[in-house]
Each structure stands twice: as structure tokens, then as C-alpha cells.
Design a protein around this ligand. Sequence first.
Ligand code: EPU
Length: 444
Amino acid sequence: MKIGSIVGMHESLHIRGLDHTPSLSGSIPVNGAKNAALKVMASSILFADPVTVRNVPNIEDIERVADLLRGVGAEVAKRGKHTYTITPPKEADTHLPQEISKRLRASIVLTGPMLARHGEVHFPHPGGCVIGSRPIDLFIEGFKHMGARVKERNGMYHITAPEETGRLHGADIFLRNQSVTATETFMMAAVHADGTTTIKNAATEPEVVELAEFLNSAGARISGAGTHTITIKGVKRALRARGNAHRVIPDRIEAGSFLILGALAGKNVTVTHCEPKHLESLIETLTQAGARIEVENSKLTVSARRGKKQYQPVDIKTHEYPGFPTDLQAPMTVFLTQADGESLVFETIFEGRLNYTESLKAMGADITMMDPHRVLVRGANELRGKTMESPDLRAGLAYVIAALIAKGDSVIHNVYNIDRGYERIEERLGNIGANISRMEAVEV
Ligand code: EPU
């Protein structure tokens, strides 16, 4: 009997390991970036007319943001698998749906456009996976600088723009952490603010740049996106898409994960529809380890090294863009289990983002936790298939990669945590030769 209501939560992936024999081959296209699409969709609240977004990945997190938008009164229409048209509400319900907001950390970005356009927002402390439930102090402080009144009771927030004008005012906001979503939220909050807002120590991720360009194309006045100082001049007029559809940039994390998989198990794997310029740090690190990567305009081709020519160890330290992305730390750690020697992995962005290494150890990897932020990986070790549970989407995909190179079969439970970020992973990896099937859990 089928159990559970959330797609994927009670499903498993069954993966046949390649026994360290590289045999995946062919092309694998990269989808649009989850973390860009989520913000572009949220920004539709700022518009006076419908917003069409193309190249949106068909994944759980996007469906949840669509539900959030519906919850505040937007009409969201999905055309085909990858295009959404969002008609923003004239009068919004300023309460973000609680259940979804609690489950999805990214729901916080909706607070920016809601305050800018509707002057008010109610929401619960956002949550998510193991790393999702982190502080929102930067958001609260920034809104206060912009003149908002913030009330909090039992984990529920109620934020309002200054009563006299109903609009936030421009402010200097210094981000103590280079937070991606805080940068994006304040960019949106400031679009209609009274005066000029400056975000200092802003995040420079490609997703931030994409959002700024999209908003500017519709009438916003944002400059400096992609640098650490972003300036937003408040405009009075609502943004207008005027029928122009926006195409989301390629997902650099998906592309990077496929590249790592190709370097471990590929016999000529080409990752297509990607943006190599967004992956310089990973390409550099893999190259230093001995991978040979052919870089073209929107393609990356790689094969696994074979025989005695093993990969060299390399230390990684996660860093804000353009440094090594935290979202590629787990797949890269799987790669390092196959490098000949000792590599240090230093996770500087998130707490608790190395706990997944316990399962890699159970597969035969030699990994020592030095402290909650650092692990030492000693390779190369053969991995054995195992039954695992996906703790978050990035570690979930790392398990898929580990299971694919291993000897024997693996089962990964809680596919929901992979479906949140990767579309039909079993089919897409199946197209380059992986043997992965999805099974429904049965009640025992
Ligand atoms: N932080 C605070 N206070 C805040 C906000 C953030 O202390 O109010 C801290 C966090 O605890 C963390 C650091 O700032 O230590 C950076 O977190 P950031 O806010 O940049 O993360 P985020 O914006 O919530 C986005 C991506 C993440 C990605 C990070 C880092 C989205 C929806 N999420 O998160 O993606 O790991 O930037 O690049 O864009 C994922 O897709 O799996 C994912 C987790």
C-alpha cells in the first residue's frame, strides 16, 4: 500500500553500482537554476502585469513557491513542464501560507516584494531540511533599517512598512554575512522604497545578478549587482513585464554535480546547456586533482581517469561566489574519496553540512570528522553499495554519485529530498547509462 502524501517522501531510488568501472557516456542537459527561478517567481508580486518565466525546473521547491504565490492571491499557470505565467494579485493576502513557509527556507524571499508592494507581511520562521532552519536576523535588521515595524510572537512575524507613507524608506544595509537570499530580498524590498538603498557586503552569486537584470528590464533601478555594493533607487511605478518572457540561467550546481559524476564514472560525458563561467572554481579544483575537462561555450566534457593514473588529493574550502560553492561540497567529497591521498574539506558556510559523511563511511570511505566544519578524506577507497536516507538535496545527490561508482546495489530513501532540487534524476542519469529505478515504499 502506498503511504504518505508528499511525492517522493516515501519513495526510494534503487541504484546499481558500476563497481568503479567508468561506463557512463553521452550528453546530459542541465536545467534552469532552482535558486534563480525561485526568486524571479517571487518577484512577480512587484509587477502590475503577468510575468512569464521559462526554463524553470520541474521540481518540488518550485511547486511549493507556486503554492505560496497562490496563497497570497496570485494566479499561477504552468504551461508545459518548464514555463510558468504568474498574474500577481492587485490586493494580496499578506499572510504567507504557514505550512509551506515553515517547510521552505526560500519562502523568506517573498517578504521583500510583499513589503514593497503591499506594505505588510505575516509569516512563520522559515524552515526546511537539516540546514534550512537557520536565523533570519539579517532580514529583520535590514527591514528595521528601512523603517519597518517588526512584531514577533511564538515564531510568527508581522512586518509593516511605515504607516504614514505605506512605503519602506531607503537605507544603508550592511550584511554581516554575505547572505544570498537576504541580498535578493532587500533588492526587491527597495524597488519601491522612498529614496536610495545601499546593500553592502552583498552576495555576488549569478542568481543575484540575474534577479537584478530581470527587475531592471521591467523598470527597477538597481546597479552594482555582481559586486559587493548594490544600490537601488526606489521607483514609484509598478514593474511591468509587457509580455516579455524571462529565461532562467542554467543551474550551476546541477551542472557541477554532473561534471563530478562524469569525472568519476564517465567515458566521455558531456554536460550541455550549462554556463562554464559560473563553475570556474569547481573546474579549477577538479583540474588540479588531475581531471581533464574540455570547456566549450555551454558544454563541459569529461572522462574518468582510469588505471593507475589516479586523481590527486586537493583541499577544498567552501566560500561565497566565486569561491567553491557549499552546494557542491558533498558531491566533491565523494570525488575526494577516490583521490590518492589526504584531502581536507572545510565547510565554512553552514553548520551541520558534513553529517552526511557518516553514510559515506558506512560505504567504505575513510573520512574523519575533525570538528563540525572540517573532515579529512583519505583515498582512494572502493565504496560498497548501502541503504541510506537522503538528509538534504545536495547530500542526496552526493549519495546518488557514491552509489553509482560503488560495488553492489544501493537504496536511497526519502527521494523527496532529491526531488526538491533535481528533476527526474533517475531518468536523466539513466540516459547516460546509469541503472536507477524509483520504487514506492510499502507499508510493513
Ligand atoms: N545567515 C544568518 N542570518 C540570516 C541569514 C543568513 O546568520 O539572517 C547565515 C546563514 O546561517 C549562513 C550564511 O548566512 O551561515 C549564508 O547563508 P545564506 O543566507 O547565503 O543562504 P541562503 O541565502 O539562505 C542560498 C541558497 C542555498 C545556498 C546558499 C549559499 C537559495 C534558496 N538558497 O541560501 O542553497 O547553499 O545560498 O550559497 O538560494 C540549496 O539549494 O540546496 C541551498 C541550500
